[in-house]
Structures are given as C-alpha cells and as structure tokens.
Write a protein that binds this ligand. Structure first.
Ligand code: ZN
Length: 536
C-alpha cells in the first residue's frame, strides 16, 4: 500500500514535471518561430514583422480565439510615418563667439528623428539639471532661466527624492516635452547618466541611422512642436559645459548624490541642420479574444499584451547584423501564446473575456499599444485591466516575481494571491530609477485610465541572479546576440506562463473592476481624462 502510494506520488511528480517541461518546450518553440533569422528582427513595418504577425494570428486561431482585428481577422493594421536621417546632409555645431565648433555625429552626439525635426535651427542652450517642473512636488528646474526659443539641455535622470512611479512618469520623453513646450523651448539635448545607461554609447550609436517612426494618426503625437532632439555622448558632454564654470563630472556627482542641480545658460549656442528622408509604412497589431462565460461580464476585457516588434537589421556586431530580439520580446509574445493555448486546452471559462494582443512599434516609442489603446477593437471603457509582458528574462529559476506597478492598484492583491498559489515571492521594482513601469506598453493603457501590471523574473539586489541579469543587459540587450543561441531557463518560462494564466483568470473572475489605489499617482489618468491626454 505504502509502496503503491510512493509510486503514485512519484508518478504524479513526474507528470507535473513533464507538464512543466512541455510548457517550457512549447514556449521555446514559439520563441524559435519568432526570433529565427528568417524573421529578420521583426522591425515595425517590415516583411519579417508581417510574417511574425501571421504566425501569431495562426496561433490565436488554433487556440480558438475570436478574431479582434480588422475585417473579421486577427490583424489590426497600424499606419506609420517613417523618418531616416541623412547624416551626410546633417550637422550639429556649437557656436561660440561667432565660430562654429562641429560636433561629430555618431561620436559626440546623435540627432534623433523620433520627433519630426525642423530642417534647420539655431538657438541658445540652457542647462536645466534634471529638467523637471513639477509644481505639486515643489520642483522647478526652470526657475531663473529663460527657455523661450531655447534648446533645453538636461541630464537624463530624476531626483531620488521622488517616489519611483513619479520618477518613471515625469522622466519619460513625452512628459518632459510637455514641460519644455509649456516653458517655450524648441528642442532638447539629453545627456545620459553613464551610471544608468542600459546600452553603452558605442552600441546605441549604431542604431542612429535606423528609421524612426511616429503614428500617422497625428492626434496621438506626444512630441508635436519639438524641432530638435539630440542625445549627447556623456563622455563628450564637457564640450557643452566649457566656459560655464561647471564640469559635467561635478553636475553628475550632484545627480548621483540626489542633490539639487543648478540651472544656467550655456556659453555656446547650438546650430543644427537636419536632412530627413520621409516615407509611410503599415505594420500590425494582432488581437484575439477568449470570450467570457458570464452574461453580465463577458463584454468586459482583461488585456494581455506583449510587443512583437524588435529592431530589425542594423549595424553588425561580431559579424551579425540581425537583431533577433529573442528575449526582447519574442519571449513575451511566446508567453501569451502559451497562456492562450493553456486556457484553450483546459477549456477554461473565465467570467470576463480575455483579450490577447501582440503589439507593434514598441521599440519606436510604444506606438502600437498607444494606437491600440486609442482605437481598441472593443470599447475602451470595457477594458478593465492590462497585464503586459516585455522581456521577462527567464535566465534563472523563477522564485521571485518582479511586479512593476505592484503597489499602484488593487491588481497587486491579485498578483500576490496568484503568486502565493505557486509558492512565488513577489517584489516591487528593485530599480525604480530605470523607469521600467512607464517604459513599455502597459503605459499606453495606464495613460487612458486602465489599471495595469507588468512582470519579470525577479532577483534580490546584489545577488548572483542580479549579476546575471545585469550582464545580460550589458551584453545582449538590443544587440544581435539576443538570439536563439543564449542560455535560457525554460522551467522559469513555464512557471511565468502559469502565473500569468492564473492572474488573468483571477482578474477575469473578480466581482468588481480593478481600480487604482487612492494614493497612487496613476489614479489621475481617470477615464474622463482620455480626451485631454490625447489632444494635449
Ligand atoms: Zn527593446
């Protein structure tokens, strides 16, 4: 009898393990399908991205989802304007005492065409420290300087005294431009803090010749009116500060110490000439619905999202020019495909509907999700929550789940309960200064008032796992080596899929709709503020 029990227990363990193995293997098969060289890095608007979108649509169909795209299909087309800089006809110079000092493009500074730049511009440069004006927090980096007609120079950092979500929100390019525009500025020079750069200059500069994109739907533009966007190599930033009585090192030390940073007009003016090749492309969001079972709740939706696009083909590193984006973010799309499949195989009948969407244009500024949130295939007020997966990094076993937005809404209780069932710890973002809560597609939903969470495989600060994650970021993030030849932990991916599945069902079965916590900063983006946000 006892022997039989032991055999039965062993058998059960084996079955459970095998199921996890299978889920991990299926997840990896999706990653392989989306991140192989034939997909050419899934750049927004590319043929490779279209093939990847067709793959996702086919998987949605086999998971018996209802099409939620255009014309009865799974695909929602998204139109983009593209801009590509012609560096041979573009230039940047510092004008000092009437003499031009050329800045070497690619080396000293890069012109970003993520904003639609003016063909030429000459303007004073005004340094504004963190570059923030947040009256409700008593922060005004613009005090005592005149920004009318000026190009703002800021260090891409936020004061440590601000709570993480506020650092994340106000540090975003769109929010910054709102402040600069209101103060009369015409352009922005951003100098990275070398300590918080995810990508070293030598690598990020390789991407500068890639086309940048904006939504053809101009009403969704967050940078309207911005005539110039420049990123300055922090190693060469003293070219800006020469003659000001300040050095970049000294200013950076204030930032690193969390101290106030002075604002002052810089000695040189900035002269820019920008030649741009413009075109239009179409790309794809892919959307499908697992229809809910409750007659009262089935017209409400829990959105599970992950971005499908990556960087395409770009500057070669070690002879490889295909930026496959296996972890960023084939891994996340593979996870939601596996969630859809798991629910289908289990014949799950959640009360609310679950809307799966693979979005395009994340790498261009979360544009596919912005479009989706502005033009959802179901009424926006019917979307009750968003759970986003972007680069969840299953590089080691999943024991702790990192939850971005954990303490912002009552979805925190849902994820804590789902994690508990699987014996997982949860943690809030251990590095709020990296602005991760607003740096992916969940933010497009947050901005229209929808409570959201995003999750990753977590780690304790200063642990061996933290070192693995940091090394991954330094070596593979936005590099061609984020490909199929890297060590991943399929067991961690399987467990991640399990917790997202549980969470989605749990939210779908709630009696009430999720809501922001009263103390949450993000509560201000109520549903009534939608129009205001999109037209501002
Ligand atoms: Zn990315």
């Amino acid at each position: 009898m006892r022997r039989a029990l032991i055999i039965a227990a062993t058998l059960l363990t084996t079955i459970v393990l095998r199921a996890a193995d299978d889920a991990g293997a299926r997840w990896w098969a999706h990653v392989e399908a989306l991140a192989n060289d034939g997909m050419e890095g899934r750049n927004t608007g590319s043929a490779g991205h279209k093939r990847a979108a067709d793959y996702v649509a086919a998987q949605f169909r086999s998971a018996a989802l209802e099409p939620a795209g255009a014309g009865g299909g799974f695909i929602q087309p998204v139109a983009f304007d593209t801009r590509k800089i012609d560096e041979s006809k573009s230039s940047l110079a510092l004008v000092r005492d009437g003499a031009d000092e050329r800045l070497a493009l690619g080396e000293d500074a890069n012109i970003s065409v993520r904003v639609d730049p003016a063909a030429s511009l000459e303007a004073p440069l005004v340094f504004v420290g963190y570059g923030l004006k947040i009256p409700e927090r008593g922060i005004d980096d613009f005090a005592g300087v005149d920004l009318h007609g000026a190009v703002v120079v800021h260090i891409a950092a936020t004061p440590k005294s601000l709570p993480g979500p506020l650092q994340a929100h106000f540090g975003s390019a769109g929010e910054r431009w709102k402040m600069y525009k209101a103060a009369g500025a015409v352009g922005v020079v951003s100098v990275a803090n070398p300590k918080s750069m995810d990508i070293p200059w030598a690598r990020s500069t390789l991407a500068r010749l890639q086309p940048a994109m904006s939504l053809a739907d101009r009403s969704l533009s967050e940078t309207a009116g911005q005539q110039l966007s420049v990123t300055m190599n922090p190693a060469h930033a003293d070219k800006l500060f020469a003659g000001s009585g300040h050095t970049f090192a000294e200013l950076l030390a204030l930032v690193d110490a969390g101290r106030p940073v002075p604002s002052f007009t810089l000695r040189p003016r900035l002269k820019a000439r920008v030649a741009v090749e413009r075109a239009q492309v179409e790309s794809q969001n892919v959307a499908g619905i697992l229809r809910g079972s409750d007659p009262r709740l089935r017209d409400e939706y829990v959105v599970l999202s992950a971005h499908l696009d990556h960087l395409g083909i770009g500057g070669a590193i070690n002879g490889d020019s295909i930026y496959n984006g296996a972890m960023d973010n084939a891994s996340g799309v593979a996870a939601i495909l596996e969630v859809a499949d798991a629910l289908h195989r289990a014949a799950a009948k959640p009360k609310r509907s679950i809307l799966f969407v693979a979005v395009t244009g994340e790498e261009k500024g979360e544009l596919g999700s912005l479009y989706f949130a502005a033009h959802p295939p179901v009424g926006r007020e019917r979307i009750v929550a968003n759970v986003n997966t972007d680069m969840f990094l299953p590089l080691f076993p999943l024991k702790t789940l990192m939850v971005l937005g954990l303490d912002e809404s009552d979805l925190g209780a849902d994820i804590r309960a789902a994690a508990r069932e699987l014996g997982l710890e949860v943690q809030a973002d251990p590095e709020p200064q990296r602005n991760r809560f607003v740096r992916s597609d969940q933010y497009s939903f947050i901005k229209v008032g929808i409570p959201a969470l995003a999750m990753k495989v977590g780690y304790e600060p200063n642990s061996p796992e933290a070192a693995i994650a940091a090394r991954w970021t330094a070596e593979r993030y936005h590099a061609p080596s984020d490909d199929l030849n890297q060590p991943v932990d399929r067991g961690a991916a399987a467990k991640y899929v399990e917790v997202v599945t549980k969470l989605a069902v749990r939210i779908a079965n709630r009696t009430d709709r999720p809501k922001w916590n009263d103390a949450s900063f993000f509560k201000r983006f109520g549903r009534n503020s939608t129009a205001k946000f999109f037209n501002s």
